[in-house]
Design a protein around this ligand. Structure first.
Ligand code: AMP
Ligand code: MG
Length: 319
């Protein structure tokens, strides 16, 4: 029997009873539990097989709720929350002592955001606690952007996936930390750097080596299909080099009709980076099911959401 359901009151009951429920957001589906329940939080880590050093994002129902979670709100953090919430920006700020260490992997900071999805906002408004929710996929695997993706991973492990349709944005939130009150991008995501800079001015991106202990979403290999994947700026040469294999192709726009390719997905025929982001993970899920020898992914333009998509494809291609 399917565990996918649209019943919000059932989700409220399960979560209030310290069980897990997978929830829809505008980025990807999350595996949610009560932040104050040790049982639920431990179950999140176990279900995902996520290492305990990798902290979770707390999902809150409103901008005002920030005050109950964090000690102090830097001016630029408030500006970002006001400009982008509900939406795909996660802020990492100094936590209050009441926020359990299990959520933050022992750090004195906590990551949080207000998601922009009507079903999950309704759910949050009916709960008297916030939800910790990392992406609802086994550690390092492709993130889920439909309820079905989650059911495929976890039908025996959890009781319910709250149905919310296909995720509109399709890649994870942009994570922003603060040093001396100044914002720093810890993880690229579905809010572009350009949009963020319009609100807070020039912003630094920490390279992954520096930041990996802080934001394990920046681990070198992540978001990965089980099929070997390569990322290339030169499709023609990469296809030629692998022409004896069963090739799956992931392209930005369609210009290539090559009969050595077994399966092809076009992310955006009209060169729209938002559309490409929203289709990315479903494309990887589909490619991974085709029993291919190799997935050849084309690098996207390196601006706007193209930067975030390239970041995910690069991590998917690391072995
Ligand atoms: P996921 O929801 O699975 O995409 O993972 C959440 C991401 O948020 C992970 O990469 C975490 O490392 C990051 N994160 C959560 N809390 C913190 C924190 N206190 N400091 C830095 N990064 C964090
Ligand atoms: Mg994740």
């Amino acid at each position: 029997m399917s565990i996918i359901s649209t019943d919000i009151s059932k989700a409220v009951k399960l979560l209030s009873n310290e069980d897990l429920v997978a929830i829809p957001t505008e980025t990807v589906y999350g595996l949610a539990g009560n932040i104050y329940s040790e049982k639920a939080i431990k179950a999140i880590f176990e279900t995902k097989q996520r290492p305990l050093f990798n902290p979770l994002i707390v999902h809150i129902p409103s901008v005002e709720y920030l005050e109950t979670i964090v000690e102090d709100i830097p001016k630029k953090a408030q500006l970002l929350a006001d400009a982008f919430w509900p939406g795909p920006i996660t802020l990492v700020l100094k936590k209050k002592a009441t926020i359990p260490d299990l959520i933050t992997a022992g750090k004195d900071t906590v990551a949080m955001r207000m998601p922009n999805h009507p079903v999950t906002l309704k759910l949050l408004s009916e709960l008297d606690f916030p939800l910790a929710a990392p992406s609802a996929n086994p550690f390092n695997r492709i993130s889920p952007t439909t309820a079905q993706h989650v059911e495929n991973y976890f039908k025996d492990a959890i009781k319910m996936v709250l149905e919310g349709g296909s995720c509109e944005r399709g890649i994870e939130s942009t994570i922003i930390g603060f040093e001396n009150g100044e914002p720093i991008i810890y993880r690229l995501g579905s809010t572009s750097i350009e949009a963020i800079e319009e609100v807070v001015g020039k912003i630094e991106i920490k390279n992954k080596k520096e930041v990996a202990p802080d934001a394990p979403g920046m681990l070198e290999r992540h978001y990965a299909p089980t099929t070997k994947t390569i990322l290339t700026g030169n499709l023609i040469d990469s296809i030629e080099a692998h022409k004896n294999l069963r090739i799956g192709l992931l392209t930005y726009n369609d210009f290539l009709d090559d009969d050595v390719i077994d399966f092809k997905i076009v992310l955006s025929e009209h060169n729209n980076l938002e559309e490409a982001a929203s289709k990315l993970y479903d494309a990887l899920h589909q490619l991974d099911k085709q029993e291919l020898d190799i997935i050849i992914a084309e690098k996207l333009p390196d601006y706007g959401l193209g930067k975030s998509i390239n970041d995910r494809l690069l991590r998917a291609s690391k072995s």
